[in-house]
Structure formats: C-alpha cells, structure tokens
Design a protein around this ligand. Sequence first.
Ligand code: ADE
Length: 222
Amino acid sequence: MQVDVITLFPEVVTVPLGASMIGRAQDRGLLTLRVHDLRDQGIGKHRQVDDQPFGGGPGMVLKPEPIFAALDPLRTSKSRVLLLTPQGRPFHQRDAERLSREEHLIFLCGHYEGVDQRIVESCVDEELSIGDYVLTNGAIAAAVVIDAVVRLLPGVLGDDESAIQESFGASGLLDHPHYTRPAEWREMKVPEILLSGDHAKIIAWRAEQARERTRQNRPDLL
Ligand code: ADE
C-alpha cells in the first residue's frame, strides 16, 4: 500500500510509524510511506501556510494554495484523500478494514482552526475523526488511522498477533481478559477454569467475560 501524508509536522508521523510492526512493514515493502512537509509549499519568503479566518474569530485557517500544491501532484485515479479533523465522521474498525483494501491513501492533516473549506469540497473524499476530543494536530490522528489500517494488510502481523483482530471484529464485543504465568501473583489467582484444560468451558467463560466487559465499559456496542 502507498500512503502519503501532508502535514506541518512530519516527525509526528514518521517517528511512531517507523517503530515496531509498521516500521517492519515499511522495511519489507508492504507499506510505502511518504511524508510531505506542507511548509515546503508555503507562500513567499516566510513560507506562509495559514491566515486569519474571513468573518473574524480566533485562530488561523490553513490556506488552500499550499495544500493544493502539495496534494495535486500526488493524486491519481486510484488515490483516496482523507482529512483528519474533529469535524469528521468517527473512525471505526470497519473503516480500517475498508481503507485497508485501497491502493493509495493520502492523509491531509488539519491544524489550528482547520483547512479552507474549498479544499474540503474540491479535493477531500472523506473527513475522519478519531474521537470526541480535540488534538493539537491532525498528524497524531493520521498516525493512529495509518497504524489501524496497515496492521490489517496481509503479512504485517504474525499469526500470533492476528488473533487480536477479533476485538471489534466478528463478535462486535470487547475482548475477554487475558492471564499468563505465574498462576498466582500477590495472592491473586488466575481463574481456575483457564487452568482446567477444558476447552469448551474456556470458550464459554471467555464469551461471557467479553459480554460482561462490554456491558460495563461499552454498553453502546450491545
Ligand atoms: N485533529 C484534531 N483533533 C482531531 C480528532 N479528534 N480526530 C482527527 N483529527 C483531529
């Protein structure tokens, strides 16, 4: 998969995505990540990328010309352009699955009060939010979305890790609790059933735990 990111803060994307599994996916050619500094397209000697909002109000708005100059050369008929913004549609696991089937994603990272609406209307395929809170910087949100998408590409996760995809996957529930050795730690014992070797009972226990956790933490999923 090819991923391009346009941001004022390239390192916010390159550093986290250079580590661990996504870093390895890049080394193995499963992901080609290119991060473009929007400042390179800034206007004039100060490389201006933002300006005050028409109509007044606080903050600055990203100007359309630098964004278009960065974006236009990257676009082909196979690209999908995503804008990260708290005003976007909520990003869910099913969006990660859908986007993992695309060939080329271009992420535009909002900043300050946002981007000029004419860019949204003329260039953006979808606006995504990673949650109901405001970050300083859409690049953090882009790194989150890219991680969630790329880990679904065939070959990125080993078999062991692939099971993790079950959370939010087929069942639509939160995952059940996990335990490992030692069987007793600080007088807390691992539930007996997990040591029983009775596979059918373990499956039933885990399913019940998943339902109970979901009821407590995320009743909206039920
Ligand atoms: N930029 C700032 N906050 C954001 C959020 N919650 N999701 C996506 N982009 C953002």
